[in-house]
Design a protein around this ligand. Structure first.
Ligand code: ZN
Ligand code: ZN
Length: 338
């Protein structure tokens, strides 16, 4: 089968022919319906000692073949595939929080498909354990579900971990896929007033459509527009979904005393000056969601409560799509449909 591979010593992925995976005991082969193109893929090591692997950690499709001993799924079932594969036996894994698996140290998160192991940018994906499959709710296209595996689940995890005070103000820094979904989730699940900060006019327009009350470029944060809008209060919650060199400083400038800053997802990021934060600021880093947040964010999408903005591309176009991603030339979330 054709697969989009990251080869040792290379940073640009290439298409190659690889054998189709066959399921061993307890394993499942998924026919991929959609595999999301994520900015974090640009940060993966293609170093000289790394082994080649297939990209794609945001995957959904249909069960194709099950190995001996697999129960609970059968061929044809629509499924999403969890992105973080923990040990399965520690307390956190038992609670479905495999992203914070106790065996995950010293790496920042457990392994998973498309990050050193073969991912979903191929016709078929081998999933070594059935617990990493989540049923797709009826009517949800795998291509729409793909970005929810990563960005959507993490955004829901971040929003759920926050208890909004009365008249809460939330600020989302960065209006890419994670930021747009965070705005939709804040709108649906809280009564917070929502401001979005992004330098791109198109992203700000999309954020307004997604439910932001105020959308403004970073320059207007420092000039005080946001302070005025929040009546001098500042933000109870800041989601840094941008991960740019300047976004931590923006977060620090708008958070109020007793507020929370969440570094959302896992892009390279500027440095946060902790000493400059107001008193009692809580900091949180969210890379992935949990099995529960993935299940729930898929349900929210199937119900139409949130709508991921997706553009699909065939596998043969995938190398060019990564070029567009590198040049910041993608408006919507790109999903490869092998
Ligand atoms: Zn991702
Ligand atoms: Zn574990």
């Amino acid at each position: 089968m054709r697969a989009l591979r990251l080869l040792p010593g290379r940073s640009e992925p290439v298409l190659a022919d690889v054998p189709r995976p066959r399921p061993g005991p307890g394993e499942v082969v998924v026919r991929v319906g959609g595999s999301g193109v994520c900015r974090t893929d640009l940060l993966l090591p293609g170093g000289p000692r790394a082994a080649a692997f297939t990209l794609g950690h945001e995957n959904a499709g249909w069960v194709y073949e099950t190995g001996p001993g697999v129960t609970g799924v059968e061929a044809g079932d629509p499924v999403a595939v969890c992105a973080a594969w923990g040990c399965g036996s520690c307390v956190r894994c038992a609670a479905g929080r495999e992203a914070s698996c106790e065996q995950g140290r010293p790496a920042p998160s457990p392994p998973g498909p498309g990050r050193g192991r073969d991912g979903g940018m191929a016709e078929f994906l081998l999933v070594p354990a059935v617990r990493w499959l989540v049923p797709l709710p009826g009517g949800l296209d795998p291509a729409e579900a793909a970005p929810l595996v990563c960005a959507g689940s993490a955004a829901l995890h971040a929003v759920r971990g926050w208890e909004p005070p009365p008249d809460a103000v939330a600020v989302v820094v960065g209006a890419g896929t994670v930021g747009q979904l965070a705005v939709q989730l804040l709108r649906a699940l809280t009564s917070a007033r929502i401001a979005v900060v992004d330098a791109r006019p198109g992203a700000l327009a999309a954020a307004r459509l997604a439910g932001a009350d105020l959308a403004l470029p970073p320059g207007e944060v420092t000039s005080g527009t946001l302070t005025l809008w929040s009546a001098g209060r500042g933000a109870d919650l800041v989601l840094d979904a941008a991960g740019t060199a300047g976004s931590p400083a923006t977060a620090a400038a708008v958070v109020r005393a007793g507020g929370t800053i969440v570094r959302l997802h896992h892009r390279a990021s500027g440095t946060l000056d902790v000493a400059a934060l107001p008193s009692d600021t809580a900091l949180r880093s969210v890379t992935w969601g949990s099995r529960d947040t993935l299940t729930d964010v898929l349900d929210l999408a199937a119900a139409g409560t949130i709508v991921p903005r997706v553009t699909t591309f065939p596998l043969e176009k995938a190398p060019a799509v990564y070029g567009l991603l590198r040049d910041d030339a993608l408006e919507d979330h790109a999903v490869i449909t092998p």
